[in-house]
Design a protein around this ligand. Structure first.
Ligand code: UD1
Length: 345
């Protein structure tokens, strides 16, 4: 009977678990990992387990490439069976994906307390599947591990005050460790023939940008505009790859590459002149590496990056004056989380 049953499924969750699973082991707790299979490519999944030393999943559910209902439904069914077999004391979920909400719902219905890492984030845009996943997950969670004070306030506004902890951001922990390793090991700049600070990095994968052809063309046109000053390197998510191949011509100034591992990405961002993205994680990683970001969305959950002048929405022309952000913690958020989990067990 493990103390903690962790549900992972998508790339950003592997990155967060890298820090937290290590802290869980160091705190002497036992953990079993279930991988839903939502992200399944070697470049979207395996590379992170290998590079970041995440413990191997005991359960591989291989559920992917389905609509939201079918994907979440099948995950619920299989996760419930695995939780019944393992009888954990607590279920740990991360972020806002379909894997997150499936894990949280399965556990809550079995009366197993749920701990949610990255609780309390809101875009206030209920058209995003991620926003539905966040709201539902937070409302069935017993421990709400918030990366920022804004997240704590968002939960309070929804009446959630018990079990809420401001822990800082575990992605900062992972980023700090990665940059030291990447400095020694990454060959990505040489491989792509790039000079430090003489290129931009871009990523696009959100349904809100990729599901609407007109919107997607607008994003591509915006990137082509930016590429007139410096070349753009774009590691392409599988969802976006399909769309790019359907365009009547290849975008100008964009170097499209396959998804890359975490260390290479950390180094690529660290050395870039700016980041353009619709990813939540990358907006913060840009700040961790002190690189300015433009978010290709109409809102963001990470409002402190806007307020600190390191990020702006593509709908606003300028950054506000720059300052540091204290909310994300000191690089030991995962240890804080492990302590909270241990006290709750
Ligand atoms: C999911 C999350 C999103 C998170 C993102 C990180 C939901 C609703 N969305 O979006 O919150 O920011 O992960 O990347 O859970 N695919 C592959 N290979 C893979 C993974 C996906 O080919 O390894 C394909 C799928 O078959 C599908 C498409 O990419 O056609 C999108 O995958 P999906 O899991 O639906 O959502 P993401 O866009 O990755």
């Amino acid at each position: 009977m493990p103390q903690i049953f962790t549900v992972l499924g998508a790339r950003p969750q592997f990155i967060k678990a890298a820090a937290v699973s290590r802290a869980i082991a160091e705190a002497g707790m036992t953990e079993v990992i279930a991988h839903t299979g939502q992200h399944f490519d070697a470049l979207m999944s395996d590379v992170f387990f290998d590079e970041l030393g995440i413990p191997k999943p005991i359960y591989n559910l291989e559920i992917n490439s389905l609509g939201h209902g079918a994907m979440t439904g099948r995950m619920l069914e299989k996760l419930e069976a695995a939780m019944l077999a393992e009888r954990p004391k607590m279920v740990l979920v991360y972020g806002d994906t379909n894997s997150t909400v499936a894990g949280a719902l399965a556990a809550a219905k079995l009366h197993i307390p749920v701990a949610h890492v990255e609780a309390g984030l809101r875009s206030f845009n209920r058209k995003m599947p991620e926003e539905i996943n966040r709201v539902v997950t937070d409302h069935v969670s017993a421990l709400l591990l918030c990366p920022t004070q804004v997240a704590v306030q968002n939960l309070a506004r929804e009446g959630i005050v018990d079990g809420v902890h401001a822990t800082g951001d575990v992605m900062f922990d992972t980023a700090l460790a990665a940059v030291e390793q990447a400095k020694k090991r990454s060959t990505i700049l040489g491989d792509l023939k790039l000079a430090p600070k003489r290129y931009y990095v871009a990523t696009i994968h959100r349904a809100e940008n990729t599901d609407d052809a007109e919107r997607f063309s607008k994003v591509v046109a915006w990137l082509e505009g930016a590429a007139q000053s410096l070349p753009i390197v774009m590691p392409v998510h599988p969802r976006t790859r399909k769309l790019l191949t359907q365009l009547d011509r290849l975008p100008v100034g964009l170097n499209l590459i396959d998804p890359i591992g975490y260390l290479d990405m950390a180094w690529l961002v660290h050395q870039s002149a700016a980041v353009f993205t619709d990813s939540g994680g990358l907006q913060k990683e840009a700040y961790f590496h002190r690189v300015p970001c433009v978010t290709l969305r109409d809102e963001t959950e990470w409002v402190e990056t806007l307020e600190a002048g390191w990020n702006r929405l593509w709908t606003t022309p300028d950054y506000v004056p720059r300052r540091d952000i204290s909310d994300y913690g000191d690089g030991h958020s995962s240890r804080k989380i492990a302590d909270i989990l241990k006290a709750a067990l």
